[in-house]
Design a protein around this ligand. Structure first.
Ligand code: SAM
Length: 268
């Protein structure tokens, strides 16, 4: 772990993939489902806090050339990758800046401006409380009236079996002090052997098996970022709502669109 990263694991770079739920169109639709009219504007401005390698934001920027996008991340190698993508694609409506939430909370450059949409994907569960508080401070300053904020996190109760995967991988990494990718590989094999021995925990959490299978299929850099951070906090939805309330934000809808129909599907 490095001093500058506040416990966030920067030993290996993050992977990247497209996440449809972070699209401004998707967020807009979720907002309608939650009974709240999305913002109106001549030119929408979209901010991604913790934009990683910049792939996701570049995809949005190419899909919505009439919108303006800004991505911020404190990992210089990831920002360099994002800038390379901009150069390669020739996109004119997206830019990336290296910045740490802890510093930006008190020094948000005026020229960054304010935003109609803010995306936080894969951030909330992996940053410690003071950094989450810094993000809330930023949100208080940068979300335009009527703006929408998307926040993903590892939620309770569904993520409980994931704590077993995290526990085994992190313990093995810290106890053996092996390079993180090697520790993750060997840790996953330990979990697999536990499964083959039909360890009691697999009967307590029947979906643990699927979680291990998923982790085994994933790129190992992803597994490191998912499980080997100092912070890996699971949240009940009310806890997230409480934490972001100081930014005058409130819950509108789930970005898993079908979840919004759940009350209608449950028996009376
Ligand atoms: C799991 S990655 C998600 C990246 C991207 N949102 C995605 O879904 O591909 C989390 C990102 O948050 C960034 N990050 C963590 N702490 C940060 C901080 N204090 N300030 C800025 N970025 C931070 C990391 O560098 C990393 O790229």
């Amino acid at each position: 772990m490095r001093v500058w990263s506040h416990g966030y694991n920067v030993e290996v770079p993050y992977t990247y993939s497209y996440c449809k739920e972070t699209s401004p169109l998707w967020i807009k639709w979720a907002s309608y489902l939650g009974g709240r009219k999305p913002p109106k504007a001549e030119k929408f401005r979209v901010l991604e806090l913790g934009c990683g390698q910049g792939f996701n934001l570049c995809m949005h920027a190419s899909a919505f050339p009439e919108m303006e996008f800004l991505g911020i991340d404190f990992n210089p190698s990831q920002i360099a990758h994002a800038e390379e993508l901009v150069e390669l694609t020739g996109l004119k409506n997206v830019s990336f800046v290296e910045g740490d939430f802890m510093e930006l909370k008190d020094n948000w450059p005026k020229e960054f401006g304010k935003f109609h949409y803010v995306i936080l994907h894969g951030i909330w569960s992996w940053i410690p409380k003071p950094v989450r508080a810094a993000v809330v401070e930023i949100l208080k300053n940068v979300v335009l009236p009527g703006g929408l904020v998307y926040i993903s996190y590892n939620s309770l109760p569904g993520w409980l079996p994931g704590t077993i995967v995290r526990g085994v991988l992190l313990n093995y990494y810290l106890m053996t002090q092996k390079p993180v990718l090697q520790a993750v590989e060997e840790g996953l094999n330990i979990l697999k052997s536990m499964e083959e021995m039909n360890a009691l925990v697999f009967r307590v959490y029947p979906t643990l098996k699927n979680r291990i299978e998923m982790a085994m299929k994933h790129n190992r850099n992803y597994v490191v970022h998912e499980y080997i951070n100092e912070t890996h906090k699971l949240f009940w939805v009310y806890e997230v709502i409480e934490e972001v309330e100081p930014a005058k934000l409130y819950y509108i809808a789930s970005a898993n669109l079908l979840d919004n129909y759940l009350p209608a599907l449950l028996p009376d």
